[in-house]
Design a protein around this ligand. Structure first.
Ligand code: SF4
Length: 330
């Protein structure tokens, strides 16, 4: 399901994605890095990852065009196979297409580039538009790029496993960024072994999509073509646990936040608060427990709320402010 289209059809469009300006700037930088048959990009791969190999002069840049993601993935596999069987040459795959099984269904991935070294090994290249200042970039952004590249490494390993002998997929990827505040490229080798291992474990543990679909009510459909009311009802038939973290991770965040507010769910206050409140799942339940109108007094969360409400009442009384009640906390 395309969640961005679904969010728009529900009337709560997601705000994911780069601004048009950032997008164009990123594209211009990538085009510069890959100009002249990827000469600069290959020079950086040679310098940062494979200094002992021959200089990357006259590298191959195969045409990877084909129709549909499946066709492009097949074309990429073929190009990788051919490049690996031509030792001694450098090959640049510009925007290859890789397939990776996720929860039992194929997902198609498009790294910025994959380089085949003269020894037949493969390297993932990620080109980002955030700057590298004095050789170091924002660690959070580098971490996100490393996690992304680790997924590409896993997908490449699946392709490599079908070749005999299987070529080595390097676990050090090349991150290319603008140098300082210029648009000149610079690069850093990033070790993604840890991110690769974590992602591999997570993929192995994912519930299969068929099993998730089996849990859905009969006949439920999430097509963005449906009338908004019908679509909203379909989405509501699946329980959701909105938390502020969703805002940076899911296209449906605005929709789920609005529903969570309507329902008075405490999850919208953040997972740590939710964990502190034990079995109390709505603001109404929390307030009722604090007022002593509901809740088991032996429940540590209820006891803490009552104590907090008592302290608040005492503080207000001492300050000469009356009548606030616990509801004033809202
Ligand atoms: S609860 Fe969060 S992760 Fe789940 S659908 Fe809603 S916004 Fe997405």
């Amino acid at each position: 399901m395309d969640k961005a289209s679904l969010a728009s059809a529900l009337g709560s469009p997601s705000v994911f994605g780069q601004s048009q300006f950032a997008f164009m700037r990123g594209n211009a930088f990538e085009a510069r890095v890959k100009a002249d048959g990827g000469a600069e990009l290959l020079r950086l791969v040679h310098e940062k990852l494979d200094g002992r190999a021959a200089e990357p002069v006259g590298a191959e840049v195969p045409d990877l065009s084909a129709s549909g993601p499946e066709g492009r993935a097949a074309r990429t596999s073929l190009a990788l196979r051919e490049a690996t069987r031509t030792p001694g040459t450098w090959t640049l795959l510009d925007h290859p297409m890789l397939a990776l099984e996720v929860a039992g269904s194929p997902a198609f991935l498009e790294p910025d580039a994959v380089v085949v070294h003269p020894d037949g090994s493969w390297t993932v290249v990620e080109i980002k538009s955030f700057p590298m200042l004095d050789g170091a970039a924002d660690p959070a952004k580098v971490g996100a790029a490393a996690r992304q590249a680790a997924v590409y490494v896993l997908a490449l390993e699946r392709v490599a496993a079908h070749l005999d002998p299987a070529p080595r997929v390097r676990h050090r990827v090349l991150l290319v960024c603008p140098k300082d505040f210029s648009n000149l490229p610079t690069a850093s080798a990033v070790d993604v072994r840890k991110q690769r291992a974590v992602t591999d474990r997570q993929l192995a543990r994912l519930t299969r999509i068929e099993d998730i679909a089996d849990e859905l009510p009969d006949g439920v459909c999430f097509s963005p073509e449906l009338p908004t009311e019908e679509l909203t009802e379909a989405v509501e038939s699946v329980p959701a646990a909105y938390a502020p973290e969703c805002l940076s991770a899911c296209e449906l965040a605005f929709h789920c936040r609005a529903r969570s507010r309507e329902a008075g769910a405490v999850t919208r206050l953040g997972r740590p608060v939710r964990a502190e409140l034990g079995g109390l799942s709505t603001v109404e339940e929390v307030l009722a427990a604090a007022r002593g109108e509901a809740g088991d007094p032996d429940d540590p969360a209820v006891a803490a709320l009552r104590r907090a409400a008592g302290l608040r009442a005492e503080a207000l009384a001492m300050a000469g402010v009356g009548g606030g009640g616990v509801a004033g906390c809202r």
